[in-house]
Design a protein around this ligand. Sequence first.
Ligand code: NPW
Ligand code: ADP
Ligand code: K
Length: 505
Amino acid sequence: MNILTAAQTRQLDQATIKEQHTTSTALMERAATALASWLLRHYPPQVAGEVLLLCGPGNNGGDGLALARLLFGADYAVRLALLPADKYSDDYQYNHHVLPKTIPVSELSAGALPSIQPGTLVVDALFGTGLTRPLTGQAAAVVAHLNESGARVVAVDMPSGLLADAPQPDPAAPVVRATHTVSFGLPKLAFLLPQNAEFVGEWHVEDIGLSANFIAQADTPWHLTQLPAATPRPDVALPRRTKFAYKNTFGHALLLAGSRGKVGAAVLAAGACLRGGVGLLTVAVPGCGYDIIQTTRPEAMCLADAQADFISALPATKPYQAIGIGPGLGQDVASRAVLEKLLRETQVPLVIDADALNMLGEHRDLLDLLPENTVLTPHIGEFARLTEKTKDDYHRLDLLRAFAQQHRCLVVLKGAYTAVAAPDGHVYFNTTGNPGMGTGGSGDVLTGLLLALRADQRLAPLLAVRLAVLAHGHAGDLAAADTGEAGLVAGDLVQHIGPALRQLE
Ligand SMILES: NC(=O)C1=CN([C@@H]2O[C@H](COP(=O)(O)OP(=O)(O)OC[C@H]3O[C@@H](n4cnc5c(N)ncnc54)[C@H](OP(=O)(O)O)[C@@H]3O)[C@@H](O)[C@H]2O)[C@@H](O)CC1
Ligand SMILES: Nc1ncnc2c1ncn2[C@@H]1O[C@H](COP(=O)(O)OP(=O)(O)O)[C@@H](O)[C@H]1O
Ligand SMILES: [K+]
């Protein structure tokens, strides 16, 4: 699914109105109805207590006014505080006009801020996607007051003061710190970036029937990868295995991994590759890893390096459809020479992770040798070593796109919303996974799974990578349902890859 830019989000309501022969007032009513239904589910009247709605002068405030009317009709105790302005949007004015007269309304001013007890449920309908500049003056005073109050805050569409797709021009200007943000139709880019988590809180998307055609046709570099069941228009799916499929269809993969003390990384990646459906797997490990791989992963073939503690020689690469290198590899100069030889000699699809990435970061001339569509899987720290220290998350996205374009590779920037950058500069944010996956070895599992899907002869490179990242996170979610997030270990991810992949078919 596409994620729209801020400008496209502003065009979306006009496109919907035109396409569906409806009115902006009716669209606002849909938005308010969706918000009311969300509140009824999450904060029913007896849990909510009195709800304070803070409304700005535009359509975000209009949503707040319409919501106040609907909540009042659903037996909530509501009061409104309105931000004065020189002009108000038409739909704001309409919803102000039809507000039941019994709802208490006050005017917000820096000198007379409403009292907000800790725990009060506050709806932030001050500003949404129409924000054009950092908050100052009265609006800033209201937001600062709200943030200090200890209220539970539900932000309408956006936390007020936050921009939808760009960094804050003035980091000192206040932004609402919401507990929940309830957005319409699709999430904003801002929700997916760690730097905004303190403002956005937990985000939710409510369907209000916005134009699916406009969303699908929008020219944007940003996209989401979702489980097929989570979206009406799935754009990634794993093809079923046909009756007469043979192991060659699913490829023979080579994994170069492990060093003394880190053979476990090779075991995890090998397990994930096997569970990922590879046809054949050969694992190359240092001598100390031979018995370990043969015992823990009898399904895999094993090549033991002449060196006991690290990999010092590149096996013949001819038989393989994909090669993975990096998990637990260590950074011995001999292993670096293996990486360099691999890059110079092969055009086989590669997956490069962990220490192999750090070697590339230290010897950036090697980046010029990357075969097209190589998959790199850095976390934020490893990405900084490959590029430069970043100013903020938006700057990191710029670097990510530029890097993938320059080196014609696929970069999997790992995190809560793992971002896959393609050689054409498009970025796909993953939507599965949980904080339980912040545990040693989770990344090794991803590398093994990526290797399996890159070896699968049926899958184009980008599809293979998006599917692997989606399945990895989904395996994490299935595992956490059994173990809880704290109890989750990387081996649990391997166990859940099979069921996760089945749900992507
Ligand atoms: N998209 C959709 O499909 C749907 C959208 N809907 C809703 O519409 C919302 C967008 O509404 P919107 O465009 O009226 O903008 P909004 O955020 O209310 O702010 C504009 C007002 O704020 C003002 N202003 C701006 N910056 C300011 C500042 N720093 N400090 C002070 N003032 C500032 C600005 O004035 P100006 O810049 O002209 O001075 C203007 O008066 C969207 O978030 C969603 O809630 C749903 O109802 C239906 C479906
Ligand atoms: N909060 C989170 N939500 C979703 N996925 C997460 C979260 N934290 C970590 N992950 C995932 O877990 C994996 C961790 O990989 P990595 O940082 O390389 O760990 P390690 O080096 O220990 O294997 C990545 O795929 C990342 O996306
Ligand atoms: K808001």
